[in-house]
Design a protein around this ligand. Structure first.
Ligand SMILES: NC(=O)c1ccc[n+]([C@@H]2O[C@H](COP(=O)([O-])OP(=O)(O)OC[C@H]3O[C@@H](n4cnc5c(N)ncnc54)[C@H](OP(=O)(O)O)[C@@H]3O)[C@@H](O)[C@H]2O)c1
Length: 354
């Protein structure tokens, strides 16, 4: 005979499942081979600090590629759901959740493992979610937590920059790069922007200049005497931001001011950062690195909130615009292929409910 207590307990423990479409990998390897679209069950009956979220939008970032390859700084536990950032809407909250309610917009911010944002439904714990304002466009919310935040930290944490100062960066058409241009412009800091000669280069140069990039040149041009004449009237850059490595980083080191700082935050060329000894000895160029995960791990909730508030204000005041191209989640393969194309200045964002 089953006692009434047993009946109540089994009723409480009953799980109801909803179907979620997700991009998952069960092994590391070439991303377009290991990333698979799957259907899976998600617990629809949240308990404790659990929050059920309908994911709305999620970008495809270089980190997602590296995670699926197994070449990132940490390897996710397999099987893993792909996607490192995005925005969702709260559907239901568990009984211990105090700071979120249904229909709130939320951004998963998880620095120690892959958030798994490329799915239609997810259950997170409350502490993994950052409550997002309702007056910011969803595509901006979806793309704000990795790249604009990195741009913000790069401009704040390494050199004391004031209006009129100059910085130089490569991969200037990346999402970090276009965020750097816009945040710097809002602060009166001039930018020298280096891009590869790929894709529709005229469109890229035109776009970066319209965003406020003071000088936009190609990797080849930055090596020429003509480039030195072009920048001759500007103060030398106090800060150089490197997302490429190899000879591109060498050019940044050559151009940064004496006692200035070169920060490496990405390695898109997969080549080591090469800096001639003379720049270190005779010009005292400081060589630093930046990893956003580390910043999140070592800063308080109040410091994170202050950063996000500043970035949301930049968006509200139209000083920072995110440039995205949306693709239906149901067309994941073509969206992924598009994200790997060169010479863009728009981030590919998955529209997860389509
Ligand atoms: N350290 C951190 O915490 C942190 C945080 C955020 C981002 N990141 C890094 O920042 C970089 C930019 O990220 P994102 O999302 O802004 O990028 P994105 O918008 O996806 O753009 C990619 C950029 O990389 C360039 N690129 C691609 N392949 C390249 C190659 N083989 N050699 C040289 N450049 C190449 C692209 O130039 P083309 O258009 O010419 O292909 C484009 O400028 C990435 O390395 C990313 O991992 C690091």
């Amino acid at each position: 005979m089953i006692s009434s207590t047993t009946c109540i307990n089994s009723f409480r423990l009953a799980r109801h499942y909803a179907t979620s479409t997700a991009v998952k990998y069960t092994a590391f390897g070439t991303p377009n081979q290991v990333l698979k679209v799957v259907q899976e069950n998600v617990n629809d009956n949240v308990n404790g600090d659990e929050v059920l979220v309908d994911m709305l939008h999620a970008p495809i970032n270089p980190v997602d590629f590296n995670l699926a390859q197994g070449t990132y700084a940490f390897q996710p536990q397999l099987p893993a759901i792909a996607g490192s950032e995005g925005v969702g809407k709260v559907v239901k909250v568990g009984s211990n959740v105090t700071g979120l309610k249904p229909n709130d917009f939320v951004i998963p911010v998880i620095s120690s493992k892959v958030a798994g944002t490329w799915r239609t439904k997810a259950v997170f714990s409350e502490k993994q979610l950052f409550k997002a304002p309702a007056d910011i466009p969803a595509e901006a919310l979806a793309t704000v937590s990795i790249n604009p935040t990195t741009a913000y930290r790069l401009l704040n944490d390494f050199e004391k920059l004031k209006a009129g100062d100059v910085i130089i960066q490569n991969a200037a058409n990346s999402m970090v790069g276009v965020s750097v241009i816009q945040i710097a412009k809002a602060r009166g800091i001039k930018t020298i922007n280096v891009v590869r000669n790929t894709g529709d280069i005229d469109d890229v140069v035109d776009h970066l200049k319209k965003l406020g990039g003071d000088i936009v040149v190609t990797e080849d041009y930055v090596r020429t005497q003509a480039f030195q004449r072009l920048v001759a009237d500007l103060p030398r850059p106090k800060l150089a931001l490197n997302a490429v490595g190899g000879s591109s980083a060498t050019e940044l080191a050559r151009n940064v001011a004496d006692n200035g700082t070169l920060v490496t935050y990405g390695g898109m060329s997969r080549e080591p950062v090469t800096i001639p000894t003379s720049h270190l000895i005779f010009r005292n160029v400081n060589v630093r690195g930046f990893w956003l995960n580390n910043w999140f791990e070592t800063h308080s909730a109040a410091e994170r909130q202050a950063m996000f508030d500043d970035i949301f204000d930049l968006i509200r005041n139209k000083h920072l615009k995110v440039w995205v191209e949306k693709h239906k989640f149901s067309e994941f393969s073509s969206a992924f292929a598009r994200s790997q194309e060169s010479g863009k200045f728009r981030k590919v964002v998955l529209d997860l409910q389509l």
